[in-house]
Design a protein around this ligand. Structure first.
Ligand code: PLP
Length: 410
């Protein structure tokens, strides 16, 4: 929820200590937010606070520090529940990131629910994290992977998707917003149609969770996963949301402490949700600090942040279009603030190097989406991605540096 105060990007920037640093003697311009976002001071403080005042293991302790740490850890679970509109806090499982969340689902759901001949539908735009775990379980279970085609702009081909659905489809696992191109995909239609065929749907929210309003109940997805570090939170934190009845039908992923009720050498009974999927000592400090990151987003308001980022997206797109030989890949209306482009006569890696000399951080390469790059017939792109603290002036500096770099390379 927004406080109703105007969006003041300059005071927001003051909450991010890293934005004061210089790179190669220049003010840092951080345009690699899709890879990981920077952290506001309240997230950094939450980490220091935990280690300075109440570092303790959680859930099992009967002392003040353990109580305080447990309460703070569980408060993040509540905050995540609110952040994505889940019905129950036990539907929120902490992992170390999107990758681990998808691996957990592929292994534990796949073990319980996949048989030989079943089909898993993915899309052409998936991050490797939403391809490889499915290949691993498909191989083990004798299931087949089918791929939703896309058009040349990077939008899923919905007719192609509908044609893939059949009574062998057991899982549809798709990205909400593509990390390589930024395009928001029609997940509502995908979920509705997949459910009509009795399939379960996983939405990879690694890129959508920070920019779009997420309500998993309204979306009606069965699983939604995202990474804490992309929502201004610490690395090593991730979320797996799953509908309670589906999580209950799955076997545990990892065995050990915390996930059990009783253990003997003859037999072990498992703990309730969510602990059944949280074996061992979790990433306590970082999970606690994740709450401050979600509070930061909620305080500014996702719609206010999105309006700000959208201005940057449109401005950067328009400026890039003016540069000769620059081609934006994935030029559609409905995007998160990511612009991917190729430039004639300039290898993305050389560009990244020259931009870094100007203090500008961008990402280049295949963006962990090699099948997508192959489909587009390119080896990689240069990607700029914006966050709540970026400014139009930074885009101007970037465009000038890009033009200068292109002149040097051509
Ligand atoms: N899925 C998408 C769409 C992503 O953008 C990323 C990371 O960039 C991932 C999955 C993997 O996230 P992580 O590396 O945080 O596990």
């Amino acid at each position: 929820m927004s406080t109703g105060t105007p969006y003041d990007v300059h005071s927001i920037r003051q909450r991010f200590p890293i934005l004061n640093r210089k790179v190669k003697g220049k003010d840092l311009i951080y345009f690699d937010n899709a890879a990981t976002a920077q952290k506001p001071v309240e997230v950094i403080d939450a980490l220091t606070q935990y280690y300075s005042y109440y570092n303790a293991n959680i859930h099992r302790g009967l002392h003040t520090l353990a109580d305080e740490a447990t309460a703070a850890f569980e408060a993040t679970r509540e905050a995540v529940k609110e952040f994505i509109g889940a019905a129950h806090s036990e539907e929120i499982i902490f992992t170390k990131g999107t990758t681990e969340s998808i691996n957990l689902i592929a292994a534990a759901w796949g073990e319980a629910c996949l048989s030989a001949g079943d089909e898993i539908i993915l899309s052409s735009l998936e991050h490797h994290a939403n391809i490889v775990p499915w290949q691993m379980v498909a191989q083990k279970k004798g299931a087949t992977i089918r791929v939703i085609p896309m058009n040349d702009q990077g939008e899923m081909d919905m007719a192609g998707f509908h044609a893939l659905l059949n009574d062998k489809t057991k899982m549809v696992a798709v990205v909400h917003a593509s990390n390589a191109l930024g395009i928001i995909q029609p997940v509502e239609e995908i979920i509705r149609s997949a459910h009509q065929h009795g399939a379960v749907v996983l939405i990879d929210g690694a890129q959508s969770s920070v920019h779009l309003d997420i309500n998993v109940r309204e979306m009606d997805c069965d699983f939604y996963v995202f990474s804490g570090h992309k929502v201004y939170g610490p690395t090593g934190t991730g979320v797996l949301y799953g509908k309670k009845h589906i999580l209950n039908s799955m076997s545990p992923f990892l065995g050990g402490g915390e996930m059990i009720k009783e253990v003997s050498f003859e037999q072990t009974t498992y703990n309730e949700l969510p602990f059944k999927f949280e074996a061992g000592t979790p990433n306590i400090a970082d999970v606690i600090a994740l709450r401050s990151a979600l509070a930061f987003i909620t305080e500014l308001g996702k719609s206010a942040i999105r309006m700000h980022e959208d201005v940057l997206l449109k401005y950067a797109t328009a400026q890039l279009q003016k540069i000769e030989g620059v081609q934006i890949i994935g030029e559609v209306e409905n995007k998160v603030p990511v612009v991917s482009f190729v430039a004639a006569g300039a290898h993305p890696q050389d560009l990244a190097y020259l931009l870094d000399n100007n203090g500008i951080a961008v990402r280049t390469g295949h963006h962990c989406a090699q099948p997508l790059m192959k489909r587009l017939g390119i080896v990689g792109t240069t990607r700029v991605s914006f966050g709540a603290y970026n400014t139009q002036e930074e885009v101007d500096v970037f465009i000038t540096a890009l033009e200068k770099s292109l002149k040097m390379l051509r």
